[in-house]
Design a protein around this ligand. Structure first.
Ligand code: SF4
Ligand code: SF4
Length: 164
């Protein structure tokens, strides 16, 4: 059975421990806050340029991209996040040519490893840092990256643009 002195000793230990905890709370109360209030801070929020939020395919002002539909990114993706659908067209000089039909990217599957971007020989894809991608259903995370009516940028034009 506990004695009265043991009871007092435990009580004092408890009070001392409580005061220590309150001391930490009091100190942190006056420390400069680093936590940001999101989404209230949307206008001032700074996201690092390097942050990988979503794969995108940049298009220029002529609605042209650099994807040749070679499928290398799809082969290098470790978990089947990318599906490159190509089609055959006939060029003006009567030759058959493979072009991109649909570039399908499943954001819900992506591990943001960047292997697709690194392996693309045409620099046709990159990561955007736009991170607000939440949806209520997974199927809304499946995106077609090539724009409607877009086409492959002419090679000559790429060289010319690179020189500028
Ligand atoms: S970042 Fe990785 S997982 Fe995501 S699409 Fe590219 S290769 Fe696939
Ligand atoms: S994004 Fe690059 S690697 Fe992927 S199909 Fe297009 S050109 Fe090939």
């Amino acid at each position: 059975m506990r004695t009265f002195s043991q009871y007092i000793s435990d009580l004092l230990k408890g009070i001392s421990s409580l005061l220590k905890g309150l001391g930490v709370t009091w100190k942190e109360f006056w420390t400069k806050k680093v936590t940001r209030q999101y989404p209230e801070n949307r206008d001032t929020l700074v996201i690092s340029e390097r942050f990988r939020a979503e794969l995108v395919m940049p298009h220029d002002e002529n609605n042209e991209h650099a994807c040749t539909a070679c499928g290398i990114c799809q082969m290098n993706c470790p978990n089947g996040t990318i599906r490159v659908v190509s089609k055959m067209i006939e060029t003006e000089d009567g030759k058959k040519k493979k072009v991109l039909d649909k570039y399908i990217y499943d954001l819900g599957m992506c591990t943001f490893c960047n292997l697709c971007v690194i392996s693309c020989p045409s620099h046709a894809i990159e990561f955007s840092n736009k991170f607000e991608n939440a949806t209520f259903t997974r199927d809304k995370l499946v995106h077609q990256l090539n724009h409607e009516g877009s086409k492959l940028r002419e090679k000559k034009k790429v060289v010319k643009e690179d020189k500028e």
